[in-house]
Design a binder for this molecule. Sequence first.
Ligand code: 5GP
Ligand code: ZN
Length: 110
Amino acid sequence: MSADCIFCKIVTGAIPCNKIYEDDDVIAFHDIKPAASVHFLIVPKLHIESLKDCDASHQALLGKVMLLVPKLAAKQGLAGFKTLINTGREGGQEVFHIHVHVIGGGPRAA
Ligand code: 5GP
Ligand code: ZN
């Protein structure tokens, strides 16, 4: 838990989200600014800043997140999807709590 982290606040419920999945380790919710008709984020509850900050102790957690990708995508009706992890400011990361974007379903309706 990091006091000024927006995703930690979503994890605790201090900031609301449009949640699609939650268990003891992970929460998933729709992106507030969707890049396509389906765009959700899978977020480990543990505050890890980025993929660069992961080590062997996070292996099971990362594996769990990756295996959730196709399951949650299917529940959102996606036959196929893009999976994206932005890492570091130079990699386009804006929220420094590791998360996986899952994007699909074509362009958003206007
Ligand atoms: P990044 O660039 O760090 O990989 O992506 C962060 C993503 O989090 C962005 O797509 C952004 O729209 C989303 N986001 C930022 N703040 C919030 C929020 O408060 N709620 C939700 N649901 N998504 C957020
Ligand atoms: Zn956090």
